[in-house]
Write a protein that binds this ligand. Structure first.
Ligand SMILES: [Fe+2]
Ligand SMILES: [Zn+2]
Length: 437
């Protein structure tokens, strides 16, 4: 029986395999979720009635945990599946908003041949199959079931939790095994970092991997990019200097979601190590121990900019604080890149002084020995990381000629990654997604 490995108490996968190489032991992960397909029996409608006072249709199910369900008339009319209201081939609504009466009422309801049939006050007639309705029940339990497949258990990590526990799989497995591809995406969602091994040391492998998901995200640096020391470079990454921990391309409103760096050639001399820090872990730690500085980083608008010529001519500018919060006050995004932080400020003199103190604390925490992991990528490895969350850096290195260290990089957007994950989830039978159809 395969073993499950856990990180911070969360099940990450089975089939653990420790690979000791230098200071880093990686855990091979093939599958991170057992099959949870809900093979339920087909629901059967027993009865239906119309409640005029609350303008809802109430259905009675023959079996099931929610035996009676109420349906707002406006919702039922809105989701009519006839050819006039719905395009079955695309799964899209044809009914335009101006034709939907929010106060539409039911003139007649009945169950015929197992389906719910309704005659509406606007003269339209609709028919609904019980499975369609059952999957959309307005109940607490169904709401929980609908959002469950999207729930990712974020595993925040520091050095102790991640050193020697980097989730890992081979390039071959990711390209040939759906379960491996699924586990890879899930890990990127949950821990924000993943190491791929045994990749051919030639260019184009990043694109091959991206094509298993969707397509590479093109940016001002091209469809993919090569990181090596260049003369007259268009980006600090294209030098051999130390790069502080940062997220990439903060000057984009639609910032690339996930980055892949493929080590094709590594310098044999000292330096050129990669560093990674979980920005969510550090931000949460800061919130607890330095709430004033945390608040400053959440509220100070920072201008991130990049101008020049690479893939084409560009002048990109976006303003966003270093730490973004979601509606519930949870840390949802890190934007931090000293190379691309603009010198123009939108803050007062006093606020700017406070901001610098908070930012210095933030940078110190990112680099704290308890918070970052460091290792030198080996040739044939691809490190993948969540660009809204995991900051990456590099120690400087010495080269004599150009091209002694070659990394090829590329990005994938989270929309595409999550889309592929949902498709795989359905295909592998892990958890069912309900499409609009
Ligand atoms: Fe970078
Ligand atoms: Zn219709």
């Amino acid at each position: 029986m395969a073993k499950y490995c856990t990180l911070n108490g969360v099940i990450l996968g089975k089939e653990t395999q420790s690979l000791a190489r230098g200071a880093v032991q990686r855990i091979a992960v093939r599958t991170i979720q057992s099959r949870t397909s809900t093979a339920s029996s087909v629901p059967v409608l027993q009865d239906v009635r119309y409640n005029k006072d609350s303008n809802v249709v109430v259905t009675q199910w023959q079996t099931g945990e929610d035996e009676s369900t109420s349906w707002p008339c406006a919702w039922l009319r809105d989701n009519c599946r006839c050819d006039d209201c719905f395009l079955g081939t695309s799964g899209q609504r044809l009914l335009i908003g101006q034709l939907l009466d929010p106060n539409v009422t039911s003139l007649n309801t009945q169950v015929t041949d197992g389906n719910l049939n309704i005659e509406w006050s606007d003269g339209h007639r609709s028919s609904y199959c019980p499975t369609f309705l059952y999957e959309r029940r307005f109940t607490e339990s169904n709401r929980a079931a609908l959002v469950a497949p999207e729930k990712i258990h974020d595993v925040f990590w520091n050095t102790e939790r991640m050193m020697g526990r980097l989730p890992t799989d081979t390039f071959h497995n990711l390209l040939t095994d759906d379960e491996a591809l699924y586990a890879w995406i899930r890990h990127l969602e949950g821990t924000g970092i993943f190491l791929i091994t045994e990749t051919p040391t030639e260019k184009g492998m990043i694109e091959k991997l991206a094509n298993k998901v969707a397509f590479l995200r093109t940016t001002n640096y091209g469809r993919d990019f090569n990181v090596h020391a260049k003369v007259n470079s268009s980006n600090a990454a294209y030098t051999s200097r130390t790069l502080g921990l940062h997220t990439d391309l903060p000057f984009y409103m639609y910032c690339p979601g996930m980055q892949m760096l493929h080590c094709i050639k590594q310098v044999e001399t000292k330096g050129g190590d990669n560093q990674f820090t979980d920005g969510f872990y550090v931000a949460n730690w800061m919130k607890e121990h330095h709430p004033v500085e945390f608040d400053i980083l959440c509220k100070t608008p920072v201008r991130w900019a990049d101008a020049g010529t690479d893939f084409h001519e560009f002048h990109l500018l976006y303003t966003v604080p270093i730490i973004s919060l979601d509606d519930d006050g949870n840390v949802s995004r890190i934007t931090y890149n000293n190379q691309a932080r603009d010198s123009t400020m939108l803050t007062s003199v006093d606020d700017t002084i406070s901001f610098y103190r908070a930012m210095r604390l933030w940078d110190d925490l990112l680099f704290h020995e308890n918070n970052h992991i460091k290792f030198k990528l080996a040739e044939g490895e691809i490190i993948c990381f969540h660009n809204f969350r995991v900051l990456h850096g590099r120690t400087g290195y010495k080269t004599i000629t150009e091209g002694e260290r070659i990394l090829q990089g590329g990005y994938l957007d989270w929309d595409e990654l999550m889309s592929r994950r949902r498709l795989l989830q359905n295909k592998l039978g892990y958890q069912k997604y309900y499409h609009a159809k």
